[in-house]
Design a protein around this ligand. Sequence first.
Ligand SMILES: Nc1ncnc2c1ncn2[C@@H]1O[C@H](COP(=O)(O)OP(=O)(O)O)[C@@H](O)[C@H]1O
Ligand SMILES: [Mg+2]
Length: 340
Amino acid sequence: MNIVANRYQLGQLIGKGSFGSVYLAGDIVTRKIVAVKIINKKLVNDTKAIMNEILILHKCQHENIIKLENYHEDADFVYIIQELAVGGQLFKHIVKRQHYSEFHAKVIIRQLLSALKYLHTLSPPIVHMDIKPENILLKQIPDDYDQNELFKPLVKLTDFGLSQFYQRGALKYGLGGTPGYIAPEVKTRGILTPSADIYSLGVVTYVLIAGRLPFDGVSIDEIYQKQIKNQWSFCDIFENISSQARDFIESCITLDFERRPTAEQLLNSDWLGIEGISSMNLQISRKALQKYLVEQKLRTGMQFIVFTQMVEASSYQIDDPNKSIIERIETSRRGKRKAQ
Ligand SMILES: Nc1ncnc2c1ncn2[C@@H]1O[C@H](COP(=O)(O)OP(=O)(O)O)[C@@H](O)[C@H]1O
Ligand SMILES: [Mg+2]
């Protein structure tokens, strides 16, 4: 299996998540290098969930969201062909940087918020459901010192494998998510709103600044218990961080989901507004992040990421692979509507 859909020449493996293996590939038609996520259908007990990921990606057109190029299916695998994020995982880049500060964390969070505002104001809104470091990629590797590069679209949100269309008032039990990042009301009460992404964004912001999780523990259960009781505090690193950043994090990691700010409100928050954010090098955070990355590998190995199939009773079918991607998705959506 070296050529996918008679068009993409597969190259090296560049990433592995809980469901997909991601390869570099050359597009024989356009000569562009792309990323191909290959999902083994046997590992996912419901291929509709994969179609959901493709449909959602197809709907999204935003500079901070990974772009869907194409997709393909054969008997055993689904292939999601995407724009390549050359810079790879954001955190892996940060630990290699010479210079990393609160200012950088803020630039990254602003771009992520821009993606979240877009998703949450679509009709119907899309809840990403898996905002965490591994799903935050970089379009290119920014220079260590040239700050101009930081203002270009850099951050690319990916992995819509657990994403959901938001339906007001609907309860959805057994949803997937990552311990430590998933909002407690999703886990315990099946309440799914866009504010679940805001909670996870708060956790990501904490980790970006401190290099460690606000909720940590030796078992999944211990982490959930801390989340449910909202047991966390700012570690020592935050003594050198602006009070606006702390307020920002605190407002996101709020137990009451109705009191969390929206992405739009956060884009107008004091932290994002103030000038002169510290560019002090966060050496200790970078070291802590390094440790986090090692631990993250162990976590994945331990099947730490809990996944339960979701997707409402939808029936997406891929039909004629020669049709354009839009035609194919439209056909599957009509199929879905008919089935309802
Ligand atoms: N478009 C892409 N460009 C570069 N690397 C990618 C891309 N998509 C995924 N990756 C890498 O592959 C990993 C797994 O991809 P992801 O979509 O998150 O799969 P999973 O659903 O299995 O978690 C990511 O964490 C990242 O390191
Ligand atoms: Mg992932």
